[in-house]
Design a protein around this ligand. Sequence first.
Ligand code: GRG
Length: 313
Amino acid sequence: AAAPAAAPAEFDFDSYMTERAEMVNRALDAAIPAGAPPAALHEAMRYTLLAGGKRVRPALCLAACGVVGGREEWALAPAAAAEMVHTMSLVHDDLPCMDDDDLRRGKPTCHVVYGEAIAVLTGDALLSLAFHHVASPGSYPPDVDPEKHPARVVRATFELARCIGSEGLVAGQVVDLANTGASEVVPLERLEYIHLHKTAALLEASVVMGAIMGGGTDEQIERLRKYARSIGLLFQVVDDILDVTKSSEELGKTAGKDLASDKATYPKLLGLEKSREFAEKLLSDAKEQLAGFDKEKAAPLLHLAYYIAHRQN
Ligand code: GRG
């Protein structure tokens, strides 16, 4: 299949992402007390949270707030919270009892630097901080409507909890772990279940929280939810495709890595061609959900979808 349709040119996506990342990094930096006791815990939290990362989830949250007509500062607290949850999921995923990874975002993983116990607790503390941050009135600018604000915060909190819990992100991880090393071929429905839960669910929470904080209507929120689920799945399909294309490019180093490993992927189940077609369909589904919104306000979400479809790593 042809490469996914190119993004329209008139939007400076790189500057958009850089500015959002800076804004979120400042909020994250301010949210964790530097030097507060217990020092090792707060140091480990800052080490993992401020170690880089593309900040895609916060950008989605801010962009969703903007597309429904909100000021993005209204969604900065949920945007930061989404990154805290994402980071804690990576810290736990990297532990020896799960993926056992030594490197994350180009740096030694939390448990390598601080030990396993502190890494588990760093994840726990980041998860708590995420909810603390969303619910705390101090996380919001003073111009947020004091009448509507509490209802929006409660609704956003509900979405975050629902999307990441035992029927969301955690469920995806559990089903994924159960597959590891299994001799049977993983059916396509199960692969989709894993990706919709492990990856799409937090993208969904990020987008939906942004739309709620921005004052979106129920109909707008549901459209954006569908957008998020499409790009969430797209994220993984593209990841799987990159796994294959990269491993054949890096012949000799990691040749056939994906096809040889026991990990289920879209190219393995569908073939490369059909996987690319599926990615194309998910991108067009996501774009369709944006059709009813103001074009200029929808530009960041549109370009985030293109970015996820076209990224090279
Ligand atoms: C959420 C309560 C709770 C527990 C966590 C360990 C676990 C349960 C889940 C693991 C989930 C996991 C590792 C999902 C993969 C998500 C993913 C697509 C990561 C890569 O995201 P990028 O590319 O990474 O946005 P950066 O580093 O740029 O942020």
